[in-house]
Ligand binder design. Structure first.
Ligand code: TXA
Ligand code: MG
Length: 324
């Protein structure tokens, strides 16, 4: 079930009882089901089944050494997947789970190397999306799930966007509506004496420091700390450029901005207004890029958002989305 010809019929599942049972049956048989999470849609398969996990890589065409996050129903399952759960991990799980935070912990012996890209650590997360939570409780095990997009392209925040990239390459997608955050989870390495944030996300450095009561490292976002943390990522097909407010757009360019006044100077048909607050902006960003990407522009220009702490995860994604 896990190899990936692009000739599969991808089932569109709803949140009905019958469809949820079908999604579980596909996981149990080693297949892939794209599911909504509160961050972005994930492409999920049984994390204890190496063949099923290989099917995820095949569908996404993702390099095999890029580790995947294991999603579990509750923090009580942490010790099923991690060989050691330090105090800081327990504190962070207590504070932010279920929610958009991934903890890197030393992996338990049985976790397949396919999941961790051969690394000694495993990424674990308890998602808060009610549908996925229900599925995970019924499944009992963990599911490995990267974002449900072809390698390096935009992460999907709706079932329709999942299908645009993976239709015919996966067994099913469950339509659970739009994602609450729209940006991938914050990743924290809790293995060493000093905690490190490896990917900025909805949970901020300040929130994490408050819970653990000590300073937390945030390595430069552009350093590739692990395979998978790459410079060109989250990309629309149309070249994306980050511009300052004094940029002068010509024909053939699609404009995105959080500033309605700035957009007003240009033709209404080629613009997309984004919310001016960071949370709302994060929620709509990928969807807006996805939409503008369908419209045949030569380039997309995006007005650089403010450099404030709450915009950090957005700047991280935009830098990669615009990297050529
Ligand atoms: O919000 C999210 O985290 C979404 C949803 C679906 O849960 N998932 C997601 O997965 O963004 P993915 O595969 O697109 O990004 C996960 C990244 C990897 O690229 C890798 O950099 C890092 O997590 N990662 C996972 N396991 C790791 C490990 N053991 N060591 C270091 N980095 C790891
Ligand atoms: Mg991804």
């Amino acid at each position: 079930m896990a190899d990936s010809p692009s000739s599969l019929t991808t089932l569109r599942l709803s949140t009905s009882e019958q469809d949820i049972a079908q999604a579980l049956a596909i996981w149990r048989a080693g297949g892939r089901v794209a599911v909504p999470t509160e961050t972005v849609y994930g492409l999920a398969a049984d994390a204890s089944n190496a063949t099923a996990v290989n099917g995820i890589f095949a569908a996404k065409q993702r390099p095999a050494n890029h580790p995947l996050i294991v999603h579990i129903a509750s923090a009580e399952q942490l010790s099923d997947w991690a060989s050691d759960v330090p105090l800081a991990a327990q504190q962070l799980a207590q504070a932010f789970w279920p929610g958009p935070l991934t903890l890197l912990l030393p992996k338990a012996a049985h976790v397949p190397a396919e999941v961790t890209g051969g690394l000694p650590t495993v990424g674990l997360r308890v998602p808060s999306h009610p549908l996925l939570s229900q599925l995970l409780h019924a499944f009992g095990g963990g599911v490995a799930a990267p974002s449900a997009n072809p390698y390096k392209s935009l992460s999907p925040t709706s079932a329709e966007q999942v299908l645009a990239g993976l239709d015919g390459r996966i067994e099913a997608v469950v339509d659970g509506g739009p994602c609450e955050w729209g940006l991938e989870s914050t990743i924290v390495d809790v293995c060493g004496p000093t905690l490190r944030i490896l990917r900025a996300g909805p949970i901020t450095q300040e929130q994490i420091e408050q819970v653990v009561g000590q300073p937390v490292d945030m390595p430069q976002q552009h350093t590739a700390v692990v395979p998978g943390n790459v410079k060109a990522h989250y990309q629309p097909r149309t070249p994306l450029r980050l511009v300052a407010a004094d940029a002068h757009a010509e024909n053939g360019i699609g404009l995105l901005a959080h500033d309605a006044k700035w957009l007003q100077a240009f033709a209404a048909t080629s613009t997309r207004l984004l919310p001016a607050d960071a949370v709302g902006y994060g929620r709509e960003l990928y969807g807006a890029l996805y939409e503008m990407d369908q419209r045949g522009f030569d380039e997309l220009w995006l007005l650089t958002p403010p450099y404030e702490p709450e915009w950090l995860a957005i700047h991280d994604r935009l830098r990669r989305a615009a990297s050529r």
